[in-house]
Design a protein around this ligand. Structure first.
Ligand SMILES: [Zn+2]
Ligand SMILES: [Zn+2]
Length: 761
């Protein structure tokens, strides 16, 4: 009887639900699985999900400060409940942070659809890999791990004599990653509905389609009011800003026409990709009178991105919108804008989704995006959601891969970035996302981790190297624009740091500037000197924060060798050379009387020595983002992984006259055929030791000489930076940068090390 009735009941139930669907607007909540279908699997239940796990309590903080390693739990002096709570506390601290917890193989996790946490893990693992990174072997059944990491932190300002900044941890997220890496790392965060306070926790979206203008406005207001001058002050020095060359025009969104912006009025700037062969409306001297009439733009066909940005400008309560197509007069072909337009703008809107001007701003119009936010209640009262770092999305957008947009991003006061169907806010202080609650004004969350504008808070030389490192990761359509597209940031750095930059190098710190290295194989860029990073295509990095010290007096020469230019005084004083100065012939000037080299030459005296190469091997370089190098702690480095071996790159040993290892250098694989041949090296400068990453590779080999082992065990043993050069018509060209033990010069090949007059092209 009851069996017969059931289907009827089912249909009745279904009809009832359909009815309620038509009455109540569709809500995301309905997508949440019912609790009874869900139970945590054995692996996930060990993660001890409770609200408290996501909150850093003051007793956790005290522990972190006093001791890093758990000590023996001795409760002999306390009894009863006190002992119990003490043990609990000790266990608690052992539970948290930086201990990998195995969640099983990915294939097993796929089978556990009943487990709400496994479902969140699958959402992370099924996210498409970064389009710009080399594809990883997805076929492999990777092991998946979870780790508690610190997320939200509160910056506290202590007296000026103390360390630069102090952060107090407030919240945790769960990092999900795989070994070997089968997907991009992601995080699981607690939803603020379950949390004791709101900031730093996940936030339920009101709509999966439209963005929330009041949220965007509150981000901008927080920056204006709480960040103050740090974000408001222009990065561009007033001397450079002076008055704009021409009148500043923009779209007047109230009157829908092109208009002159009154002096000191605020405006929004749009940064977007035009796209190849994309036809759009331009202002010309002929069309300007027409486009200046109120309402004129209502009659024109505008690209979707510009239409959406006009709508957003109104939503934000602003009046003027600058776009290069309409604000500039396009009479003579391509008009590049005033360099500082983004630095002058109150806000930059970045259309980072898609490849052309029709990409639009998803979320501004109805039905322009579909954001499926999965929320799982893993145990009663603990609602969790997946979150990915903001920069993970921003940095993989087409817009952010372009060299020319680097300065637009770096020099803007604040940006609203539309990427991957989401919108992010970024200023010099913070990053905000739609699905995370905004941190308190002095808060720092994981979302700010790879924020490029952070480099302006670093030490001067680090600001410079980080800018180059970030910039050289980008693509340049026209290879010859390498220094030009960096020009805006370069001028800003020069003024800020009170230095000069020549051919992409920091003139007052030439020795350190010259020890740039690659993280991948480099290809020569013609028309630029080999000694500058600008002379090569590929990612550049500096491994050392320590200043290189040298004996070299720097000069450069542009057209004629006889005309020597001196570099400004170096900030690091000169040291004694490893080989005493010897009188030597200045033969170059005569030889190169009619030099027609386009690239400037470095002209200097230094020691030249010969060595050979041994033991070449492919190299796996760990490339740490320049923004994470100086961060410590598990959360900062949690997603750093060694890059796959670059097939075109070799790490080879440098050998002395006894055939013994005495140094290391990374070279293009083409050098494989030169193993064992005497090669010319310029001895450039001194550092206190090898980089750990480069010496660790050699130290464990059986051929590593005992004498070298003894040497590197001494404190401050010293190494020399050496440049391997090739020579053409008396001009040397950089082929690679290596380092040798300071004792190696005594055992160099014949002819023995001597001073030479060097022209480096
Ligand atoms: Zn599970
Ligand atoms: Zn700000």
């Amino acid at each position: 009887m009851s069996q017969q009735l059931q289907p009827t009941n089912g249909i009745h139930e279904f009809k009832k639900r359909m009815k309620s669907f038509t009455k109540i607007p569709f809500r995301l909540k309905d997508l949440e699985p019912q609790a009874e279908e869900s139970r945590l699997c054995d692996y996930c239940s060990k993660l001890k999900f409770e609200v408290d796990s996501f909150v850093v309590r003051s007793q956790d903080r005290q522990f972190r400060q006093s001791d890093e390693k758990p000590t023996q739990i001795d409760t002999s002096h306390i009894g009863g409940l006190a002992a119990e709570s003490f043990v609990k506390q000790e266990q608690r601290k052992k539970n948290f942070e930086n201990i990998p917890r195995y969640l099983g193989r990915l294939s097993n996790i796929r089978r556990k659809k009943y487990c709400p946490f496994c479902r969140l893990v699958l959402e992370i693992s099924d996210r498409p890999l970064d389009q710009r990174a080399p594809s990883q072997s997805r076929s492999e059944d990777a092991a998946v791990y979870a780790k508690w990491v610190i997320d939200g932190q509160e910056e506290i300002f202590i007296d000026q004599a103390g360390p630069e900044q102090q952060y107090v941890p407030r919240t945790r997220r769960v990092l999900i990653y795989s070994e070997p890496q089968a997907f991009k790392d992601g995080y699981v965060a607690l939803l603020n509905e379950s949390a004791p306070f709101k900031e730093f926790f996940g936030r339920r979206l009101k709509s999966h389609d439209l963005l929330e203008p009041d949220v965007l406005q509150s981000w901008i207001r927080t920056c204006e009011n709480a960040h103050g001058q740090e974000c408001e002050a222009s990065l561009v020095h007033p001397d450079l800003m002076l008055s704009p060359k021409n009148v500043l025009r923009a779209i007047d969104v109230d009157n829908m026409c092109v208009a002159e912006v009154p002096p000191h009025a605020r405006f929004i700037a749009l940064s977007y990709l035009w796209g190849k062969n994309f036809e759009q409306l331009f202002t010309t001297s002929e069309s300007l009178p027409r486009l200046s009439k109120p309402g004129a733009l209502l009659k024109e066909r505008l690209p979707r991105t510009i239409k959406d940005t006009i709508k957003l400008t109104r939503m934000l309560g602003e009046r003027y919108l600058w776009t290069d197509s309409l604000a500039l007069i396009h009479d003579t072909g391509f008009q590049y804008h005033d360099d500082w337009i983004y630095a002058r703008a109150h806000l930059t809107i970045v259309a980072g989704s898609g490849k052309d001007a029709n990409a639009g701003l998803p979320g501004v119009r109805e039905d322009s995006r579909m954001w499926h936010q999965t929320i799982e209640e893993v145990v009663p009262g603990v609602k969790l959601m997946v979150s990915h770092l903001a920069e993970d999305y921003i940095a993989t957008s087409q817009w952010d891969s372009r060299a020319w947009t680097f300065q637009e991003r770096m020099l803007s006061r604040r940006c609203l970035l539309f990427v991957n169907g989401r919108v992010y806010f970024q200023c010099r202080r913070a990053t905000f996302c739609e699905d995370m609650e905004m941190p308190s004004p002095n808060g720092w969350s994981l979302d700010s981790i790879d924020m490029p504008t952070r480099i302006f808070r670093e030490k001067p030389f680090v600001q410079f190297t980080s800018a180059v490192e970030l910039y050289t990761r980008r693509d340049l359509t026209n290879a010859a624009d390498i220094l030009e597209a960096f020009g805006g940031v370069e001028q800003v750095l020069e003024k800020r740091l009170n230095v000069t930059i020549y051919q992409g190098l920091f003139e007052q710190l030439m020795d350190s500037s010259l020890i740039w290295e690659s993280s991948k194989r480099l290809v020569r860029r013609h028309g630029f000197p080999s000694w500058s990073w600008a002379g090569w295509m590929g990612e550049i990095q500096w491994k050392f924060t320590e200043s290189a010290k040298s004996w070299i007096q720097w000069h450069y020469t542009e057209d004629r060798v006889e005309e020597q230019h001196h570099f400004p005084a170096q900030l690091v004083s000169r040291i004694e050379p490893p080989v005493p100065w010897q009188r030597h012939r200045r033969r170059i000037a005569r030889k190169l009387g009619n030099n027609s080299n386009v690239a400037p030459l470095l002209h200097f005296d230094t020691i030249v020595a010969y060595f050979s190469l041994i033991h070449p091997q492919p190299v796996h370089k760990t490339t740490i983002s320049p923004l994470r190098k100086r961060l410590t702690g598990p959360s900062a480095l949690s997603t750093v992984r060694p890059a796959p071996a670059d097939p075109g790159l070799l790490r080879t040993g440098i050998a002395d006259k006894n055939g013994q290892w005495c140094g290391t250098i990374d070279l293009d694989e083409g050098w494989q055929i030169r193993i064992g041949v005497p090669l010319k090296f310029l001895v450039m400068s001194r550092l206190s030791c090898f980089a750990e990453e480069e010496i660790s590779l050699w130290r464990d080999y059986p051929f590593f000489p005992d004498a070298a082992m003894e040497e590197i065990e001494r404190f401050d043993y010293g190494v020399y930076n050496v440049i391997l050069v090739s020579e053409q018509k008396g001009i040397c060209h950089r082929e690679g940068l290596g380092r040798i033990l300071s004792s190696a010069l005594q055992n160099a090949l014949e002819p023995e090390p001597c001073w030479q007059d060097v022209l480096l092209g």
